[in-house]
Design a protein around this ligand. Sequence first.
Ligand code: NAD
Length: 457
Amino acid sequence: MIGEQTLEDVKAFVEKQKIYFRSGETRSLAFRVQALEKLGAVVRQNEARIIHALKKDLNKSEAEAYTTEIGILLEEINFTLKHLKKWMAPEKVKTAKTHIGSKGYKIAEPYGVTLIIAPWNYPFQLQLSPLVGAIAAGNTAILKPSELTPHTSHLMASLMKEAFLEKYVVVVEGGVKTTQHLLEQPFDYIFFTGSVPVGKVIMEAAAKQLIPVTLELGGKSPCIVDETADIALAAKRIAFGKLTNAGQTCIAPDYLFVHEQVREAFVKEYIKVVQAFYGKDAIGNEKYVKIVNDRHFNRLKEYLQDGEILYGGRADEEVEKIEPTLLVPRNHNVSVMTEEIFGPIFPVLSYSDLETVVNFILKRPKPLALYMFTTNKENERKVMDEISFGGGCVNDTLMHIATPYLPFGGVGESGIGSYHGESSFTTFSHYKSVLKQTNKFDFSFRYPNAKNGLKII
Ligand code: NAD
């Protein structure tokens, strides 16, 4: 259980960071490099403790905890260290004909004191990956982990204390009340990862002080399998994306549109893969992740009533696990088809004409992710060109999030802004445009109201 912080405590943290940021210490390349190296070292030295905390909070297996939480963060740190000097360098721009004699630069400057709010589903990585960007860009940071994963929250608080001074990076643990106190403070930037409804709360609070935001939100991410797809491979890659973290992944395929000609083959293959991954009794499998708490468990259990179960459908209250499930929804208005599922239940819809699929998706909020399985170039082009979505894959799931070369983020209801790799640096930087003028000459035509007598130097 995590308690709330008082308004005074929260205020004090922000004030301390404001003063420290003003000292200018966080801005040099050497300081940023040292801080990133320190972060990497603390993570590496505490891998076992991190894995243990994730096991307690979510029953994540060691392999899953390493690849999706620790490894991905260490990669991000290494990539940033490799490129930071180049990203920090002022960028010279061309001189317009009207501006002869001057020079223009873009200078990346840190915003100042940043707030990073994280969700519970990848509680470690989603808190510290944005921190890499905040540090790289020269900011200080206050981190607010989710109260639903208390072991990871406590551990991050102690690791950040070990690595950094509070005036530079600090974890403020707490729930809604604490976040509300934080949102009243004069932050220079807010980076939020979480649900769409809370994203709106954050943006409304930020708007009161015109604080810039990045919102990494969620929603329903469609997955399409057409009649030309490699069905066995598609089933394997989709089951991987759907069942990693038991479906509690912002970019998990939410629901499936499969061409009617390959529907039966796909269902058969999906079941085969699920059993190969977790056995016939996934709930009994030690490595199968649990649902985070009873509220989410009960929410998911309700979805099981929303249609005909093709596979799975069992929910075990004692261990808070839900079986990998394939379900044919009763209609498009049942909850499983209107709410973000965030669990291992996979609605299966079949189609005969790709146009209807495109129209179906276009009528709904722009997805965070979209996955298209096809070997037909025309179908691929149609989906990629006609549907707006944050990011996604052709013939794979999730993998677009794991490369530092691709910016990651949503569009429309699924989010504002992006991060990872260089885009984390740009997200946490303000680009200051500076024009340096020559004193060697001055054109009189730029002073149209001047009387005769202003001479050209
Ligand atoms: P959430 O929005 O409930 O909580 C996120 C954070 O906001 C937590 O730290 C929480 O303490 C805080 N919070 C909750 N209610 C609040 C309120 N009323 N006022 C102020 N702060 C509040 O989200 P969650 O349940 O932790 O995470 C699941 C959601 O996050 C899903 O919708 C998922 O798609 C999304 N998500 C998105 C990404 C992404 O990268 N786009 C990644 C992971 C999760």
